[in-house]
Design a protein around this ligand. Structure first.
Ligand code: M6R
Length: 359
């Protein structure tokens, strides 16, 4: 039930703080220690490489997962688009472990990979929102997202829930592998900060709607740029804008823009820089400047600790490993309000189904 919300998408965006709190209380103990199935951790401990498989937004959550697993566990991690992996005959390591990310648990492209994984007797985990879904039943282990039903075609709370679960799992595995960085990473406390931070961002709806109306409704193209983990969020941000507002949007590594794509910038083209990482903040700022001098209308989504007077949207500070949980929220809202103000059916964009059950 949408309640007073005009569309499920907005309701689902607003539910994110509670999902974060719920995941913290279900998957961590009061002491901060992770509360994750020990046999899963024991199995993952044997792996020499983690392979994350997903499609669309779930693939984007996997890109964040790679950063988390490599930082917190030091296990090399690859992320694959399900539809490619199934037919690529990828070279696998000696002891691979597979993680399937799927909101619905029914995506045919991901299932095709899992069928192959099972044929080789490899161990796997499905992280999904739907108990007893196909991918959950067929994988060795399941972790549920506990996000509640996601009705809108555009995935929002499932993305942030997937990242939160990956962060908890990476901490658990990192601790089991005696990684100091994992021991020191207080995911329970961080998820609390994330929840409050998300709330603060969704309180700024009017401002974000005014930006959407003025700059994103009239445009036919837009760019999101960032580096490292911010680049992964730029991909997800662009997908949101594309699928529900039909703006041709691209997510881009900010340093790569000048190698060709900057030719697309025209007068007034919106370019949003995502800036949450200290090491690369100035680099992305100068890449934004380059687009501005070619006529772009630039915006920033910046972590508070790195903010400067002219920034557009400031998101609260959290550990740099999990900033996507906050930086994606303004982008979700920009996509929502662009679609809404274009008079489109936000929850049911053309040509799309909630769950893609054909390959
Ligand atoms: O149910 P899944 O997470 O496996 O779905 C994967 C994609 O089809 C899904 O994320 C799709 O890209 C969404 N419409 C994105 O908002």
């Amino acid at each position: 039930d949408k309640g007073t919300y005009p569309y499920y998408m907005l309701k689902e965006i607003d539910e994110q703080p509670n999902v974060m709190r719920k995941l913290a209380s279900l998957y961590t103990q009061e002491s901060g220690r992770p509360n994750v199935d020990q046999t899963l951790i024991d199995t993952m401990k044997q792996a020499d490489r983690i392979y994350i498989v997903g499609a669309g937004t779930s693939y984007h959550a996997g890109l964040v997962g790679k950063k988390l697993f490599e930082k917190l566990t030091h296990v090399p991690t690859e992320v694959h688009v399900a539809s490619e992996f199934a037919y690529d005959n990828p070279l696998l390591s000696q002891k691979p472990f597979f993680i399937f990310l799927s909101q619905s648990g029914e995506t045919a492209d991901s299932r095709e990979v899992l069928v192959n994984v099972n044929a080789h007797d490899y161990k796997s985990l499905t992280i999904t929102n739907v108990e007893n879904s196909t991918l959950s039943r067929e994988a060795t282990y399941t972790m549920l997202l506990h996000a509640g039903p996601e009705i809108s075609v555009a995935s929002t709370k499932a993305y942030t829930a997937q990242i939160a679960v990956e962060a908890i799992l990476a901490k658990a595995l990192g601790e089991a592998k005696q990684q100091v960085i994992a021991e020191e990473f207080d995911i329970r406390q961080q998820l609390g900060l994330v929840a409050t931070g998300m709330q603060a961002i969704t309180d700024e709806k009017d401002f974000i709607e005014s930006l959407a109306k003025k700059y994103f409704v009239p445009t036919t193209k837009a760019f999101y740029i960032g580096r490292g983990i911010d680049q992964t969020v730029s991909l997800e941000s662009a997908l949101k804008l594309k699928e529900i507002s039909y703006v041709q949007a691209e997510g881009f590594a900010s340093g790569e823009l000048k190698h060709g794509t900057i030719a697309l910038i025209e007068d007034g083209t919106p370019v949003v820089g995502i800036i949450t990482q200290k090491r690369t903040a100035n680099l992305t700022r100068s890449n934004l400047q380059e687009t501005m001098s070619r006529g772009a209308q630039t915006f920033t989504i910046v972590r508070k600790g790195l903010a400067q007077p002219d920034d557009t949207i400031i998101v609260p500070d959290v550990d740099e490993m999990i900033t996507p949980l906050l930086s994606v929220v303004p982008a979700q809202l920009i996509a929502y309000y662009t679609s809404l103000n274009k008079g489109l059916d936000v929850d049911r964009p053309r040509n799309l189904a909630k769950s893609v059950t054909v390959e």
